[in-house]
Design a protein around this ligand. Structure first.
Ligand SMILES: CC(C)(COP(=O)(O)OP(=O)(O)OC[C@H]1O[C@@H](n2cnc3c(N)ncnc32)[C@H](O)[C@@H]1OP(=O)(O)O)[C@@H](O)C(=O)NCCC(=O)NCCS
Length: 186
């Protein structure tokens, strides 16, 4: 049996999805609004919302958590019990670096309520405590205003622009680089 991690913030629970979450997961995709911008996960909805597809996602998530290729946490509203988004880490480098990249996305019907600030702030703590990372990085496209605002609110340090660093929507893109290290929390 896999031991997973769960924390509570004022309004949210941050934990991996599990077998009991199927209805909550399905409802999140059904309740989404049409895509609000090019980064919105409404642009890449799962093609099917069957229980068997959900189980495949859980199996992949578990494998990815184990080998640290992608550690994904669900963001759940404590009051409504709705699945409102995800936050996680990818591109772990261990050895003498101990870093990973942060990723986050809210279902678009939950934007504009401060949930991302609350969830991503908590996830950064999870990175330093549970995952024992020393450095958490985020790469944001220069026109992703909502995400840039979020990085600023989380007091992430802007470190520069990485050129042609990631292939998104079919093209190599620049990313504005942000980071926090353990020392920044003191
Ligand atoms: C990036 C993303 C997660 C940001 O979500 P968000 O809801 O805008 O972010 P926040 O949680 O910081 O909420 C901020 C807004 O909530 C408002 N708000 C309302 N109640 C609030 C509260 N109790 N506390 C804090 N803010 C509150 C703020 O005033 C702010 O409003 P504004 O957008 O008009 O300025 C979301 O836009 C998203 O999922 N985008 C698509 C995926 C994506 O771009 N991911 C990042 C790739 S780098």
């Amino acid at each position: 049996m896999e031991k997973t991690y769960s924390i509570k913030t004022k309004r949210l629970i941050i934990r991996p999805l599990n077998e009991t979450d199927y209805e909550m997961w399905k409802d999140a995709y059904i309740s989404m609004l049409p895509p609000q911008n090019k980064w919105d996960q409404a642009n890449s909805k799962p093609t099917s919302l069957k229980k068997s597809d959900f189980k495949k996602i859980l199996t992949a998530n578990k494998k990815n958590r184990k080998n640290e290729s992608n550690v994904d946490y669900a963001i759940i509203d404590r009051k409504s019990k709705k699945y409102i988004g995800r936050v996680g880490f990818m591109s772990f480098i261990r050895s003498i670096t101990q870093s990973a990249f942060l990723g986050y996305s809210l279902f678009n019907n939950h934007w504009g309520k401060g949930y991302a600030e609350e969830a991503v702030g908590a996830a950064i703590e999870i990175a330093f405590t549970k995952h024992k990372l020393h450095r958490v990085q985020a790469g944001i496209e220069a026109d992703n205003k909502r995400s840039l605002r979020l990085a600023k609110k989380l007091k992430m340090r802007r470190e520069g622009v990485a050129k042609n660093v990631v292939k998104l929507r079919g093209e190599w893109r620049d990313l504005v680089q942000f980071a926090l290290t353990c020392e920044d929390r003191r």
